[in-house]
Design a protein around this ligand. Structure first.
Ligand code: RAT
Ligand code: ZN
Length: 440
């Protein structure tokens, strides 16, 4: 930064309109670290989803499509990818207005990529032709640029054999814009199947998860994969009724957390990320779109946070009913960092409601958003909406400071915006590294 720029940066902001302009500019321009997505670097080939057809049969839109169609589930699932996209386009975008969050988001992404519906109209093939001219690597760069996203954290599953091959070939970390997160739902929620899989991968585990030799092997598995992936954190998504039953050797989830997962997090200096409150497969006929939210018993989180004060916890919950409680709990435990408006909460009205009271209760000490994108181009609309809503809230909150005579500079705002869009996440990672403890 030149001396002139630095001076400008430290210039006081004296009016509400000046404040608004600065906040809009900074929230629009901030380069984001997206700390949880289901996007993949190109090396993961078919795991990287992009393009108009993928956008259309994304699982959020699948659920909406079935509210209108006469097709049976079997008929829909027997269609190929292109025909599913056509059915969704016709049903949700042509026969009806695409005003839901997921549908309108597609139009925002298209528009920002230069494919304005004003020009391309309602002919799906016109959009397809434009996408066909792109390569995957060009599209990754263009979308990251358009969305102003600098780093993406993937969701990496060591139980997925295709993914494993990529990691074992050494190409999993070939794109520095993509970081890994070690995802272990199968280990914690389906131990018998995970144990079988682990044995296949050369880890000598028994059916009884609590056997000391088995826990030792689970630790070895986790450590091997966390190191191979250079994972930033270890993550699981849990049903709302998941319990933490300290001292109960028959409770597999607790045994695995206490005996393997948390020791590995502490040894490697990695946060544990918990996404709590999903009820999987309420309607299995919808496949990936068939999951539901459920209220959570946050005593699980309280128990872990209290027992492991050195463990950094990244937490999000799915039920709207749990949001305020989680924000309050975060005030009580400095090792809890709340993140994102997850899944069904990633809508304009929910983001506004949640973000507003989180700022009120937690100041800048939380991570307002992650995208959870599964299709590359969604980064554009998801981040654009979130930036705008955060800006509205900050304009109001900083406005109160101005009114009360607090001197604000551009540097103050830039520091806080940076914390919201990546700085707080990086601080959690640093804290976890600092808290690393020697563990067997
Ligand atoms: O948001 C989603 O796309 C969900 O299907 C889930 O993947 C969820 O985000 C998760 O990570 O479990
Ligand atoms: Zn997710």
């Amino acid at each position: 930064m030149s001396a002139n720029q630095a001076q400008l940066h430290n210039q006081g902001i004296s009016s509400q309109s000046g404040l608004e302009a600065v906040i809009r500019r900074m929230t629009t321009e901030a380069r984001v670290i997206d700390m949880h997505t289901h996007l993949y670097a190109e090396a993961f080939s078919e795991h990287l989803l992009w393009g108009i057809d993928e956008l259309l049969h994304y699982h959020y839109l699948t659920a909406e499509f079935f509210r209108h169609t006469d097709l049976t589930y079997d008929e829909y699932w027997s269609l190929d990818s292109a025909s599913r996209a056509e059915a969704v386009w016709q049903t949700l975008f042509v026969d009806r207005s695409p005003i839901s969050e997921a549908a309108s988001g597609v139009l925002t992404a298209l528009n920002r990529l230069g494919l304005s519906p004003a020009q391309y109209g309602r002919d799906l093939n016109a959009y397809r032709a434009a996408f066909a001219a792109k390569s995957a690597s060009q599209q990754v760069s263009d979308v990251l640029e358009a969305a102003k996203v600098q780093r993406i954290v993937m969701t990496n599953d060591p139980f997925d054999s295709k993914e494993r091959t990529v990691w074992q070939s050494g190409s999993g970390k070939s794109d520095p814009r993509f970081d890994a997160a070690l995802r272990i739902d199968k280990l914690l929620l389906d131990w018998p199947a995970a144990a079988h899989d682990l044995r296949g991968q050369g880890y000598a585990v028994e059916d009884d998860a609590s056997a000391p030799a088995t826990l030792q092997e689970v630790k070895r598995f986790l450590q091997d994969w966390a190191v191979r992936m250079d994972a930033l954190y270890i993550m699981v998504s849990l049903p709302g009724d998941a319990r933490y039953a300290a001292g109960d050797a028959s409770h597999t989830l607790t045994v695995l957390l206490d005996g393997a997962v948390i020791p590995v997090c502490l040894k490697l200096g990695l946060p544990l990320a918990l996404m709590i409150g999903v009820r999987r497969q309420v309607n299995p006929l919808l496949k990936l779109a068939g999951d539901m939210s459920m209220r959570s018993d946050l005593s699980l989180l309280e128990g872990i946070a209290k027992r492991y004060t050195n463990l950094e916890l990244l937490i999000t919950v799915l039920a709207r009913e749990n949001q305020h409680e989680l924000a309050v709990l975060s005030r009580k435990f400095r090792n809890i960092t709340l993140f994102g408006c997850w899944w069904f909460l990633h809508t304009e009205s929910m983001i506004r409601e949640l973000t507003e009271f989180r700022v009120e209760l937690l100041g800048t000490s939380f991570i307002p958003q992650h995208s959870d994108c599964r299709v590359l181009e969604q980064l554009i609309n998801k981040w654009e909406y979130s930036r705008g809503i955060l800006a509205d809230i900050l304009i109001h909150k900083y406005g109160r400071l101005l009114k009360d005579g607090w001197e604000l500079t551009e540097a103050d705002i830039s520091r806080d915006v940076e914390a919201y869009f990546g700085g707080t996440f990086l601080r959690v990672l640093e804290n976890a590294k600092r808290n690393r403890i020697a563990a067997p």
